[in-house]
Design a protein around this ligand. Structure first.
Ligand SMILES: [Zn+2]
Length: 362
């Protein structure tokens, strides 16, 4: 119950930043994503041995998984985990090296009479999918997309993200709203993280970069204490350290519509953003609703020819500006080019928005 509450809270915070993603984003070429991440780290003359050593163990401890970077496809088969039972009797699964490091951290904290335990760590993609399905059945696709982290895009999938809780005067403090009160205790915990290869993942005031509000309990194992110390000392997010933070805020303009509510348009924008997230090496600049009048009879005829079951009364068009890089993996796109007014056509059914067409002159 607590886990679901925490998940919901984290997601609600992020809903405004278009947190939810569509299933289609799953085709993300994640091997490219993780190699790009380590290349960026190397370029910035970070200790190159980190990722090499990590790779030898089977997984890349510097992997970036967030709302736009999916879990690498072969991650779950490479992952080695251990199970533990926490003080409230819940089974928690953690990546093995991360767990060993956590035990050292915990022992060190206990010397200062600080007591922590693991609330949750690894959550499989299948489990996240189950939660998503449950929400879709209960509340509908639109609400689910906005409130539940998209399967494949949660750092908890890695087994390297740990949610701590506190034990204060022998009492378990597990609710987020209670835990945040203990700022002194968290400060002492955070001070020690880097020594054991952990970083604090969702920093205060970095919501626009991480997609999550401040979470003093969510720590991330990256293996190398020197790198962890550098990230901590620089006071940057993991995204910024890896050079994977979007440099400027993406402009989303939902415009106005007589036919669709702002919630519906937002859900459509989320669908597009998540499809776009799979376009490795491309950077989104802006996305705007093209207006009700953009949907012409001619266009509808064209779309109907493609998908006869499409509901002509529920079609929208969005325009996107984005750029491609040298290494973009989408073969249909030219490298190093700025695209403007790229069209996304979506239609709505009972399962939510689907992409009906995209491109120029589409
Ligand atoms: Zn967490």
């Amino acid at each position: 119950m607590k886990r679901l509450t925490a998940l919901l809270l984290a997601c609600l915070v992020a809903a405004a930043a278009f947190a939810g993603c569509s299933k289609s984003a799953k085709k993300n070429d994640t091997s490219a994503a993780s190699s790009a991440a380590s290349a960026t780290a190397d370029e910035a003359s970070k200790p190159a041995s980190t990722s090499d050593e990590a790779m030898a163990d089977g997984i890349d401890y510097m992997v970036l998984v967030n709302k736009t970077n999916a879990l690498p496809q072969d991650w779950e088969e490479k992952l080695t985990t251990v199970h533990m039972t926490n003080s409230v009797g819940v089974d928690v699964e953690v990546e093995q090296k991360a767990y060993a490091a956590y035990l050292e951290l915990k022992a060190d904290l206990e010397k200062e009479n600080i007591y922590v335990d693991l609330d949750s760590a690894r959550r499989s993609v299948a489990e996240q999918q189950r939660i998503m399905t449950e929400f879709i059945e209960k509340y509908g696709a639109e609400y689910a997309a906005k409130t539940v982290a998209q399967p494949g895009f949660s750092e908890h999938h890695t087994g390297l993200a740990l949610d701590l809780y506190l034990i204060v005067d022998g009492q378990d403090v597990t609710e987020n709203e209670d835990m945040v009160q203990y700022t002194d205790i968290w400060a002492k915990i955070h001070e020690k993280l880097a020594d054991y290869g952990f970083i604090l993942r969702y920093l205060e005031g970095s919501e626009h970069i991480t997609g999550y509000g401040y979470e003093p309990w969510h720590i991330r194992y990256i293996d190398d204490p020197a790198t962890a110390k550098q990230i901590t000392d620089e006071g940057v997010t993991f995204e910024e350290y890896l050079g994977k933070a979007s440099s400027n805020e993406v402009q989303i303009d939902l415009g106005t519509s007589e036919k669709f509510s702002q919630d519906e348009l937002e859900a459509a924008a989320v669908t597009i953003k998540c499809q776009f997230a799979a376009w490795e090496g491309c950077e989104l600049k802006s996305l705007r609703y093209a207006g009700d009048e953009a949907v012409t009879e001619e266009k509808l005829t064209q779309l109907k020819a493609k998908s006869p079951s499409l509901d002509a009364s529920k079609v929208v068009c969005f325009l996107m500006d984005f750029s491609t890089s040298e290494t973009n993996a989408e073969t249909a796109l030219e490298p190093n080019r700025d695209y403007t007014d790229y069209q996304w056509w979506l239609s709505k059914s009972k399962d939510g928005w689907q992409i009906a067409d995209q491109g120029y002159g589409a």
